[in-house]
Design a protein around this ligand. Sequence first.
Ligand code: XMP
Length: 314
Amino acid sequence: MFDPKSFIEQQQQEISGIQGRAVVGCSGGVDSTVAAIIVGQAMAERLLAIYVDTGYMRKGETEQIESLFIEMKINHKIVNCSDEFYEAMKGVSEPEEKRKIIGNKFIEIFEREAEEFGAEYLVQGTIAPDWIESGDGVRDTIKSHHNVGGLPEIMKLKLIEPLRDLYKDEVRLVARELGLPTSERQPFPGPGLAIRVIGEATHERTEMVREACAIVEEEIDKAAASGKMELPWQYFAVLLPVRTVGVQGDKRAYGDTIAVRAVSSLDAMSARFSEIPLEVLETISTRITNTMKNRVNRVVYDITDKPPGTIEWE
Ligand code: XMP
């Protein structure tokens, strides 16, 4: 029987013997957060949790993570680099190119911060399925997945991976033992909202999709909490590079289109579009067009499974 309490104690005893400083990249995922807290409690201010705000985070995400670090008393640094990212993404609309730019920029900033802190170690939230999967070479190669897993080879830092032998359900037990909120937000891609703005992910268009994603999340969370529907695996908005004709007041308008996506899935390898009640879709549509008057005049719902579609649109 897995005992989270003694697991934590044992890990912290080992980690406290480590000399030198460590950094951890945290973006709110449960694995990296749990790893950061275990190590942070053992190393105190010798650990720095680095959160890079790329400008493509969800609404309220940065604030939420910052207050968690404060509550958990983890030495941390929020690095706001939105402008740097928006600048690097200027004129880029090819999805893989967008991913690469974000991945590289992230590494560049993280490296800079780690060096400044004088880190010798990198803490990672690697769990058993991560390395078992990569060893077999059965990774999803349909889209190049950016995550912090690409950091160590380049950075030449020694690794601390306290969760290496755990499975997800065990990590959740450890999270609960540490007093972390157990309900996790839905999965969110490493490149963030940049891949939910189809085409060039400018600051302005990212703000639009950030707002639309927040509305979709709020309304679906509410509908699921009141028993109108099951909570999907993932649910969000996508801003399309399609402008259509509409009416605004008594004038003809030419506005943007938002697609709503919600799917059920077990492992993201395949997915089924969610059957959202029409009244919920209607509320979402009305809220989006009201919030973004003169800019969005059309909301559509994606009814494609994976395959043939993917969950994200890019
Ligand atoms: P797709 O869109 O390929 O996505 O059906 C499957 C799952 O992976 C997430 N996703 C990503 N995660 N970096 C990530 O860390 C990425 O570049 C990326 N692209 C997609 C997606 O949100 C879904 O959960």
